[in-house]
Write a protein that binds this ligand. Structure first.
Ligand code: NAD
Length: 311
């Protein structure tokens, strides 16, 4: 029997696809490394989301594994190099969460610019914060997109069509389609940071992007600008961001991702009024979860067929 370990919750429809293809499905809820090491033995396929980490030790303990599926996008929790070196394929479902993450990104922009979460907190604590909640419109402002891939481009389109924003983007590669569609202008990173009213980050976490936004970069931003990060926490140097928010180098931030998740209860970000926090929920919609579960299950089944494990 060909076995798949689903080590993080995926949509039921994905599980059905695996079972009806004749696979034995074992489920686990993001087990810690030690448990995953035990569970991985005798398993041919592994499915994860952004957790649990699939470390070198996990991969080395796998005696039958031929494929790892990531339901979603971003493989920074998987040691892809070690997997590839052992001939284990790594598949993703990169399109599944694009719209959901883009919509959350726009939501964070509005929440920060219009002080939505701030008002909510104050009203619940018995205040009426009208005088302290003067915000600004997104309409006609300049958006700086760092990483104009699937999510960055979708954010850029919504910003352009919905709010008539001017779009600047920085990426390692030119995105001529986005340039044509929304008039996006390729702009070197430093220049983008100087010009944008809202900076939004959509690069993957790699050694090249770790702490890409540091003290020096934050100091280039307008004092009135806001920073949105729905990519990965470690793309931004958190200590530098806290300084920037405290000392007014920038006006605010909207963050879905953090260097440490869950965010510890005593974290300095929790004491700042000009930041809106969400709990890595970019892909947490019914639609994205369903798409990711179905897509990764189909890809795993196809891969087993290709390799002769299934008819
Ligand atoms: P994508 O691969 O389509 O786009 C990433 C873009 O970043 C590409 O255009 C790439 O060229 C660019 N890039 C890579 N390295 C760069 C560098 N050093 N400098 C500048 N640009 C660089 O990916 P996507 O689907 O748009 O997703 C982007 C990221 O969003 C994912 O890697 C993931 O970390 C994150 N994400 C977060 C959530 C969430 O729940 N918050 C959900 C899905 C994805």
């Amino acid at each position: 029997m060909v076995r798949v370990l689903v080590a993080s919750r995926i949509h039921e429809k994905g599980i059905e696809i695996l079972r009806s293809a004749g696979l034995e499905v074992i489920t686990a809820e993001e087990p810690p490394e030690g448990e995953l090491i035990k569970a991985i033995r005798g398993v041919h396929g592994l499915i994860v989301r952004s957790k649990p980490p699939v470390t070198r030790r996990v991969i080395e303990a796998a005696d039958s594994l031929i494929v790892i599926g990531r339901a979603g996008v971003g493989v920074d929790n998987i040691d892809v190099e070690v997997a590839k070196a052992r001939g284990i394929e790594v598949l993703t479902s990169p399109e599944a969460s694009t719209q959901s993450v883009a919509e959350l990104t726009i939501g964070l922009m509005l929440a920060v610019a219009r002080k939505i979460a701030f008002c909510d907190r104050r009203i619940r604590s018995g205040e009426w914060p009208k005088k302290h909640a003067v915000g600004f419109e997104l309409y006609g402002k300049t958006l700086g997109v760092i990483g104009a891939g699937r999510i960055g481009s979708t954010v850029a389109r919504i910003a352009r069509l919905g709010f008539n924003m001017t779009v600047l983007y920085y990426d390692v590669a030119r995105n001529t389609r986005l340039e044509e569609e929304v008039g996006a202008k390729y702009t070197p990173l430093e220049e983008l940071l100087r010009q944008a009213d809202i900076v939004t980050i959509h690069v993957p976490l790699t050694e090249g992007t770790r702490h890409m936004i540091n003290e020096e970069k934050l100091k280039l931003m307008k004092k009135t600008a806001i920073l949105i990060n729905t990519s990965r926490g470690a793309v931004v140097d958190t200590n530098a961001l806290i300084k920037a928010l405290r000392e007014g180098w920038i006006a605010g931030a909207g963050l879905d991702v953090f260097e440490e998740e869950p965010l510890p209860l005593n974290h300095p970000l929790l004491g700042l009024e000009n930041v809106v926090l969400t709990a890595h929920i970019g892909a947490s919609t019914e639609e994205a979860q369903e798409r990711a579960g179905i897509d990764i299950a189909k890809k795993i089944v196809e891969y087993f067929k290709l390799k002769g494990y299934l008819k």
